[in-house]
Design a protein around this ligand. Structure first.
Ligand code: NDP
Length: 283
């Protein structure tokens, strides 16, 4: 296969392919990044056209989809018959547009969403979402499984980026809540290390997710275990403690504002899960 894009992720992917005995052609805008990979057995193509011509399977690991157009936009004549497995992160709409663009040039585009840092490449417990034409995915599934376990989400090219962005939304907001908490802790003389056991416990939300999932799917929000108004009081205490610690309260105050919106909409005596409808108002 060919790998185009030798950032930390692409380099890890080339390493995993080489280690599993594959012959890998590589290309990168900054050619010097290929040197150590060539020393490990990869083959450097002289041009992006040559990289595309070398193999049917072309893995892209670029910053985003714009980089793909920058790179391949002038080499579209070499795209015919290629299967582009785009493991660059971007949005569902851009993946759908890329699938159309590739098809116009006689290529197949499979979108991916890699759920691991470069250190997880080559580890079977890591996972990557894929979407796009099933037959092309099945043809290359075994090869792609060298990188991580594969999780095929469906034919709609937007599905892999969609699932990826859904998980990234949770990842970043959770990490920000952790950082904010550490700022409040630090202002009170508590280190990240000292808080670690409590942070891991607080962010282990599995029990709550499992408890509320079916209720949310049924759009049922009984107040048998929590009341939104109780949540308002709880977040107020968090915001207050944040301000008293001299820390920017934007994060808890934003959460408080969402809770208050729910209360104003008359959901005070329902579960906090009823807030889902403040994000998606019904017509
Ligand atoms: P980087 O942004 O570090 O590397 C990007 C690669 O894209 C480099 O090879 C770079 O070339 C190339 N590139 C960027 N812009 C252009 C352009 N306009 N024209 C040509 N080449 C371009 O990303 P990573 O390697 O870290 O990640 C790759 C993808 O994987 C990203 O979409 C990222 O979101 C995703 N990902 C990354 C993770 C991580 O932890 N790193 C985790 C999960 C997903 P050059 O070397 O010349 O600059």
């Amino acid at each position: 296969m060919t790998v185009i894009g030798l950032g930390p992720m692409g380099r890890a992917m080339v390493g995993a392919f080489v280690d599993s005995g594959h012959l890998v052609t590589v290309w990168n805008r900054t050619a010097s990044k290929a040197e150590d990979l060539v020393a490990r057995g990869a083959v450097r193509a002289d041009t992006v056209e040559a990289a595309l011509a070398a193999n049917e399977l072309v893995v892209l690991s670029l910053t985003d989809y714009a980089a793909m157009y920058d790179l391949l936009g002038s080499a579209t004549g070499a795209l015919r018959g290629r299967v582009l497995v785009n493991l660059s992160s971007d949005t569902p709409q851009r993946a759908r547009a890329a699938a159309r663009w590739a098809a116009e040039h006689g290529a197949i585009h499979l979108a991916g969403g890699v759920l691991t840092p470069p250190s997880g490449i080559g580890q079977p417990e890591s996972s990557t979402f894929y979407s796009g034409p099933r037959a092309a995915f099945e043809t290359h599934r075994e090869t792609l499984a060298v990188l991580t376990a594969t999780d095929y989400r469906g034919e709609d090219p937007g599905l892999a980026p969609l699932y990826y962005q859904l998980t990234m939304g949770m990842f970043w907001t959770s990490m920000m809540s952790w950082l904010h908490t550490l700022a409040v802790a630090r202002a009170n003389g508590i280190t990240a290390r000292e808080l670690l056991p409590y942070a891991t416990s607080a962010l282990d939300l599995r029990y709550f997710l499992e408890f509320y999932t079916d209720r949310i799917d049924a759009d049922e929000h009984p107040a048998d275990v929590d009341r939104l108004s109780m949540g308002v009081a709880s977040i107020e205490h968090v915001a207050h403690t944040t301000r008293d610690s001299g820390i920017d309260p934007t994060l808890p105050e934003t959460v408080l504002e969402i809770f208050r919106r729910g209360e104003a909409a008359g959901h005070g005596d329902r579960s906090f899960t009823s807030l889902i409808n403040t994000f998606t108002p019904r017509p």
